[in-house]
Design a protein. Structure first.
Length: 249
């Protein structure tokens, strides 16, 4: 506890799943927290659960131009930012031949383009030192069918952690990635599958995980807290894979 005492943190996509759990754990560790969300109803619900002291910022993570407004809101609320957890994402899973330009642009904008310009907009706001944690994915490393645009976006994000680490470390800003295997979040319910299809998909994925189950948001976020805290001050441009052993073969 108190590993983030006095820190000011921003969680993108902080209204459900991993993002909401990150906001909870950051608060428990002593941080002041801001969250972003696109859906007004879920943003309000998360704000109500987390408490009035949390700053709720309406934002479309895929709108590059809007990221300056997020940075302005953070500066107004906190003055400076110690921790950024880039979590907002989308999983548009479909066969390669069914991917059109609109789907490609939407996924890459949310997963990679928006975060790129958010980090850029936050440069004058980051404290020194500051930590950026990116939510990656094992799909950047394994050839799973139907994940071509999702995997490409996450691979771009992981590459960004390395290139920006080299460029921003002189400013006191370090980047690291936590990449997940299957985690039990509402993300899967947004894939447009029937209940039976969801169960079949989950069962199939579980068979590929040596520990035999999906991970929990809390298990994943524990790694995020480590990278956000001073405990990882000597860790820069790295990736920690939290996947129950899915990629160890």
């Amino acid at each position: 506890m108190n590993r983030l005492q006095g820190k000011r943190a921003l969680v993108t996509g902080g209204t459900s799943g991993i993002g909401l759990e990150a906001a909870r754990q950051f608060l428990r560790e002593g941080a002041r927290v801001a969250i972003t969300g696109k859906n007004p109803a879920t943003l309000e619900a998360a704000h109500k659960e987390l408490g009035a002291d949390v700053v709720a910022i309406p934002s479309d993570a895929g709108d590059a131009a809007a990221q300056k407004q997020v940075a302005d809101a953070v500066k107004q609320a906190f003055g400076a930012l110690d921790v950024l957890f880039v979590n907002a994402g989308i999983a548009d899973l479909r066969p390669f031949e069914q991917v059109d330009e609109a789907a490609f642009d939407r996924s890459l904008s949310i997963i990679a383009k928006g975060p790129y310009f958010l980090i850029q907009a936050l440069l004058p706001v980051f404290a020194k030192p500051a930590s950026i944690v990116l939510n990656g994915s094992v799909n950047a490393h394994i050839g799973m069918p139907n994940t071509s645009i999702y995997g490409a976006g996450k691979a771009a994000l992981i590459s960004l952690a390395r290139t920006l680490s080299g460029e921003l470390i002189s400013r006191g800003v370090r980047l690291n990635v936590v990449s997940a295997g299957p985690i039990s979040t509402p993300l899967y319910s947004k894939l447009g599958l029937t209940e039976d299809q969801l169960k079949a998909t989950a069962a199939s994925l579980a068979q590929q995980i040596p520990v035999g189950r999906f991970g929990t948001p809390a298990e994943f976020v524990s790694a995020v807290v480590y990278f956000a805290s001073g405990e990882s001050a000597y860790t820069v441009g790295s990736e920690l894979i939290v996947d129950g052993g899915m990629t160890m073969a």
